[in-house]
Ligand binder design. Sequence first.
Ligand code: S3P
Length: 166
Amino acid sequence: MMKIYLIGFMGSGKSSVGKNLATSLGISFFDTDSYIEEYTEKAIPAIFADEGEEGFRHYESNALEQLSGIEAVVATGGGIIEKTRNKDIMDEDGIIVYLHTNFETISQRLQEDKNRPLWNQDLNKRKALYERRLPMYKQFSHYIVETDDKEVEDIIYEIEDVMKFS
Ligand code: S3P
């Protein structure tokens, strides 16, 4: 069974890479954020406002559990590394690829995006979150792919290449 989890900070391209990778491999694509929004029938900012980050993290781990055992590419939310339990779920089920993107590139891509509650805060807090999470993504992942200045096709090619060794 082929199962690829894409992890990385907000704006690292997990969804666009994930969709294209799934098409290229001929398998399904899931996005944990969309999965949660469909399940709760709420947008992510509303979940954070009503149930807090902790409530959202609970849905996120549940989504991973629901998707385990299914052949797919799964784009995860940027905070998937906040729960060690999530590592166990993904580790047992497939390969975990970290899409690494520089903070400057992410800032350009997201700018003043209002749909991500943890991006929607001042620059120092965004930067501190990014710095704190960097080692966590590395610790969670089996492979790291650098994405700065690369086209989606090149990133997919690299992921397909590392998959040959797993
Ligand atoms: C989050 C990232 C978002 C989404 C939520 C929380 C985070 O997903 O899950 O806003 O904690 O980094 P993306 O990484 O797809 O933006």
